[in-house]
Structure formats: structure tokens, C-alpha cells
Write a protein that binds this ligand. Sequence first.
Ligand code: XMP
Length: 512
Amino acid sequence: MENQLAVVLDFGGQYSHLIARKVRECGVYCEVKPYTTSISDLAKLNPMGIILTGGPKSVYVEGSPLYDSSLFELGVPILGICYGAQLTAHLNSGKVVKAKKAEFGGVTLNICDTSSLLLKGIEKTSTCWMSHTDFIAEPPKGFKVTASTENCPCAAMENCEKRIFAVQFHPEVSHTEHGLKVLNNFLKDICGFSGDWRMSDYVDNTIKALKEKIGDKKVLCALSGGVDSTVSAVMVHKAVGKNLTCIFIDHGLLRKNEGDSVEEMCRTKFNMNFIRLNAQEQFLTKLAGVTDPETKRKIIGEEFIRCFEKVGKQLGKVDFLVQGTIYPDIIESGLGDRAVIKSHHNVGGLPDVIDFKDIIEPLRLLFKDEVRKAGIELGIDEKLVWRQPFPGPGLAVRIIGEITKEKVALLQDVDAVFRQEIANAGLERSISQYFAVLTNMKSVGVMGDGRTYEYAVALRAVKTTDFMTADFAHIPYEVLNKVSTRVVNEVSNINRVVYDITAKPPATIEWE
Ligand code: XMP
């Protein structure tokens, strides 16, 4: 089981993550590797199948991502998708050219060779999803064309003898009618995967490996109470028990009762060594009078480091530091020079202040939905597993202008009402992130027979998969109405509620 690995070789395509996810959906364990992985490192992984992804370039243009052509001599079955298909043709002396007409979206796929191993069991005509301007004009020697579309004479090709396959369309996209079947054919019939990989295997194998790696050494985990760090901590705890210590910094900018519920879970449910540092006053003092968003973020990042230094000194030397890094974090950090929109604060500064030998990242190969599945396998409360993302600087970036204790309490109350009503309406899982923002604006209202002059709060709710782009969630008016009524009635000092209907871009999800 452990050796049954599929590798997705990433050439920078939009759907590389999706391919990996779909492969796992087929019950096959898979890892995404950048195309810069050397052929010898790739071979060392001993994969049973390799998938070449799409990519934004043309194979015939100088500087486009290519690969060592001995890849095709490894004897490992290969499936090229989109750019990966063109690369397969190019590296095997086929011809790739710019098409007269680009194909984008759903088109009809015609299978012209029913003996195809890859397309076995698929109707002769079906819909596939295309997104290309180049196409394979001449397949390499030894390859036969197995499918075409109106504008793409080689929509699929294969060399059965060498077990090399290629499709111009995207089988990983749900708009491709039989995409999953294509992937299943490749993985199970061609590569020979058993297809019985489950998340519980990942959890069990990781715990076993962590036990071996850590032995009786000491481990420290910076716990935020978010899904990733909690699942990481629980996994390590199952492996080494009391040799793990979790540090939770309560900066006083968490959601209502959040600090207590994280502490209770760790102490009672998981019986972990747990240190909660109550640093509410410390953070508020440093933030007093600060209104600039970037300055707020920097102050909070720095205070976190100071807190860890303090606890680190008490603990002395530790051998390992646990971090809740997940796969998209790795991919994103590999993508280079993007503009800094906001200084994201995570625990990135920790390595400098804690004396440790090595970092442990038990989730570094998983995607968010898989982390959630792992969390369920580990017996973590569903409520926690399904928590929405929460920024490191917490409510500080949701209170516009100066932060005070009173404003924090006010926002916590509004946010709690909003979350309750979203839960009551059964919308929790269909909205990616939802929260309240305390604007720095007061407006006139009327309550009873009197004039009021109080704060306006904004509700923000978005739908997104990658959090890089987002649409505002179309929450039913009745739900918004209920939230608005409850907020102005139950939370003092608020007399107006507005709903943020901006997408990202041009806005961001958080207000600061
Ligand atoms: P924006 O506001 O940039 O947010 O559209 C995108 C996602 O990132 C979260 N976010 C953060 N997460 N540290 C984090 O760990 C941060 O400093 C931070 N700032 C924003 C935000 O909640 C959203 O999910």
C-alpha cells in the first residue's frame, strides 16, 4: 500500500491541484511535484504512474517548461494532460503547432479507436472540456490517435506498448462527462493501482512515521485553534503523547469564547500538554491608538514572537517544532514574486526564536478538504473541523480604525449573532467565510422615540475555493433581515447593518 504512489508533475497549470484531488478521489495516493524535480529524484519516489499537467506556455517557445525526455524510458505509465499532452508529443519528436482556432469550454469528443485502453468504456461521442490554443498536429512515431474534436484532430493519443497516453482535454474537470472514467482507466487498468487508498491510511501511516522520527524527543506546537494546526497537533499527540507541548497565544482578538473552547478541547478531549498564554492586555496596549492596517499586522506579528520567546525560555531546548503547513501553502510559496497585498501573519517568525532541531509538517501533502477528512478520522469535533479560516491578526483587521477592548467585545457579539443565524439557516458549509466588520463610522438612527448616533457594522460573506478570488455570497434576504434585526436589538452601540457585496478582486476578503 505504502508504495502505491502516483506523481502529478506540475507544469504550472490552473488545474494541477484539481488533478491531484481527483486522483485521490479514485482511491490512489498522489503527490504533486514541480517540473523542476530532477528525473533521478522522481525515479527515487518509485511512482506507479506519472501525470503531466497543463501549463500556460507553448512547448515550442524558448524558455517554456520542458522535461528530460528519458522520463518516457522509465517504464512508468505516463498520462499527459493538455500542455502535458503537447509536451509528450514534443519530447518524442511529434509536432505541436498553434491551432487555427482555439478551443475553450465544452466540445464534443469523438472516439475514433474503440480499442483504446485509456478511453475504454466511454461512449463514442461525449462532452469534454478544452482550454488550448496549440494542438498536436503530428503524433510521435508509435502513437495512435484515439479521439478527436471538430477543431482538434488529436484530442487523445496513446502508445500502448510503452504505456504512454495523452489527452488534450481536461479529464479532471467535472464538465468532462467521462473524465473520472479516463483517470480511473489510467490509474487502475494501466498503472495497476488497487484504488483502495483512504484518508485513514494516511492518518495511520503518518502517525507511525511520526513515532519513528520523534522517538522519545520533545516536540512543540504553536496552536492557533484553526483546523490545520489543530489537526497537526492531534496527529503528533497520537504519536508521542506527553512529549508534545502545545502553545496557544490568546491575543484577545479571537471570536467570542474561542480561547476557552480551544483550551477545553485540548485539555479535556485530547489530554495534551497545553500552555495558554493570556496576552490580551499586552496586545491591546501595543495596538492602542494604531489605525493603519499594515502597522496593526506588523505589531501583532511581532508580539507573537515576543510571546513565544517568553514561553520558549521556560521550556528550554526542544527537538522538533510542529507546523500546520498544508499543500497550497507550499505551492503558493513556490510561485515567487507576487505583490504583497497584506502582510499575512502566520507563525513564520518562530524558527528564529525557538531553539529546535527540525520542523515537522504532518499535513504538508494535503489539501484543505483532505485535512478536514483527516480531522474527522482523528476524532476531532466536527464543529472545529469545519471552522472557516480565521486570520492570524484576528479581529484587529476587522475593526477599522483604533482598537479598544469595548470595540472588540462589541464586534464579538455581532459576529456571534451572524454566525448563529448562518448556522440556523443551514448555510454554514455552503459559504466559505463569513464574519462581521466594525466600521469606523457612526450614523444617525432612531430608536423608540429618540435619536441615536452609533456605529455601523458590515457583514461580509464570500464563496471561494482558493481564497485568491471570491464572490459575495447570495445570502437570502430573510436571513440578512434576521441578522440585522437581532444585531440592532441585542448589541448596544450599533444602529446600522450593511452587507458587503464586493467581489475579490477588486476588494479583498478581510477589510484590512
Ligand atoms: P484577503 O483578505 O487577503 O484574505 O482576501 C484571504 C484569506 O486569508 C485570510 N487572511 C489571513 N490568514 N494570516 C492568516 O493566516 C493573516 O494575516 C491573514 N490575513 C487574511 C483571510 O481571512 C482569508 O481567508
